[in-house]
Design a protein around this ligand. Structure first.
Ligand SMILES: NC(=O)c1ccc[n+]([C@@H]2O[C@H](COP(=O)([O-])OP(=O)(O)OC[C@H]3O[C@@H](n4cnc5c(N)ncnc54)[C@H](O)[C@@H]3O)[C@@H](O)[C@H]2O)c1
Length: 318
């Protein structure tokens, strides 16, 4: 893919959309970034502010646009929608954001786009599935940010806890980007040493079984705490999106826990959730099936049931 062909359209120029573009501008990954938002005044302000940073980053064209820009885009990132208010779960946003996503998909389809779409708005797993159905594209081209952010939170907390560079920790959160997410301890390793071998000999914990549960809970509650403290989360998700989009634009074959509709993998069918998947230029190349512990498999299928119920609830409300 040539640099000038790397066109990214970001729908939603709010906290997440603008922060993501700010992070993306530093990477030189995109040749052209177009922001689209219903709120024209906010859009104008964000684009002006970002554009004034062009002297300090690698060349990139950045501008406000509309849905016709999706026609020749390589990537469409959807961050438009209402966000959680303090105490509200991601699933409580469902109906409102599903309607927004459907109207966005209809406008994208009108211009005949061949792009990969990355859903970010919450509840991201449900909205990925809503978008896939509405767009009627192949499943690999419609993906959600899934648990890429949650996995990064998990890795950073483990890194701090174990006193090891976060980048030497491989760990995934699976399932819903939300309350039913699952920490895959059986897949967790520090520089290739499984956490089950590492913990008993490390000696840093007073009780590693209890501390694991505390870390898991801290990851799950992160967004609630940040929203309570400052109203929204946007920096880490901005980096997570740069990671996903980089894997797509550079055809990296990176393993990321994006949200994708499963077709029998992990014994789950017809539900979109975060599982380690190989991500390339055309979206999800394939889903990696790890051998989970029986407890983790059970928790993952429970997470899938919760998401399946949320989709069914949406259909009933129609
Ligand atoms: N997946 C993740 O890991 C993750 C992390 C953080 C936030 N989020 C989600 O991202 C979404 C955006 O969060 P935010 O903090 O940027 O919110 P925000 O309120 O700051 O921005 C949302 C933007 O969407 C725009 N918008 C609303 N309806 C639109 C439409 N039909 N077409 C175009 N634009 C429209 C609004 O005008 C606004 O500018 C929320 O749903 C939030 O929960 C997801």
């Amino acid at each position: 893919m040539q640099k000038q062909e790397r066109k990214v359209v970001v729908i939603g120029a709010g906290f997440v959309g603008a922060t993501y573009v700010y992070a993306l501008m530093h990477t030189g990954l995109a040749g052209e970034i177009v922001l689209v938002d219903l709120d024209q005044k906010r859009l104008k302000g964000e684009v002006m502010d970002l554009e004034h940073g062009l002297a300090f980053v690698q060349p990139v064209e950045i501008r406000a646009g509309d849905y016709s820009d999706c026609a020749d885009a390589n990537l469409i990132v959807v961050t438009a929608g209402a966000k959680q208010i303090p105490g509200q779960s991601r699933l409580e946003l469902t109906q409102r954001n599903a309607d927004i996503v459907k109207s966005i998909c209809d406008q994208i389809n009108r211009c005949g786009s061949e792009a990969v779409l990355v859903m970010v708005a919450n509840p991201v797993d449900v909205l990925t599935q809503v978008a896939l159905k509405r767009l009627d594209w192949p499943r690999e081209r419609v993906i959600g940010s899934g648990t890429v952010l949650d996995s990064a939170r998990f890795r950073s907390m483990l890194g701090r806890h174990c006193g090891v560079d976060t980048r030497n920790i491989h760990a995934y959160i699976l399932g819903e980007h939300g309350d039913s997410e699952v920490a895959a301890w059986s897949m967790t390793n520090l520089a290739g040493i499984s956490i089950d071998e590492y913990c008993p000999v490390c000696g840093r914990c007073y009780d590693w079984e209890t501390e694991r549960r505390e870390i898991e809970e801290a990851v799950r509650r992160s967004a609630y705490h940040i929203i309570d403290y400052k109203g929204a989360t946007y920096y880490a998700v901005g980096f997570a999106l740069v990671r996903i989009v980089g894997a797509i634009l550079r055809n990296e074959m990176s393993v990321l826990s994006v949200s994708t509709v499963l077709d029998g993998e992990y014994d789950i069918r017809g539900v979109s959730l975060g599982v380690p998947s190989v991500v390339c230029q055309t979206g999800v190349k394939y889903v990696m099936e790890a051998k989970l512990s029986p407890k983790e498999s059970e928790a993952l299928s429970r997470s899938a049931s919760i998401l399946r119920d949320a989709i069914a609830e949406l259909k009933r409300a129609r």
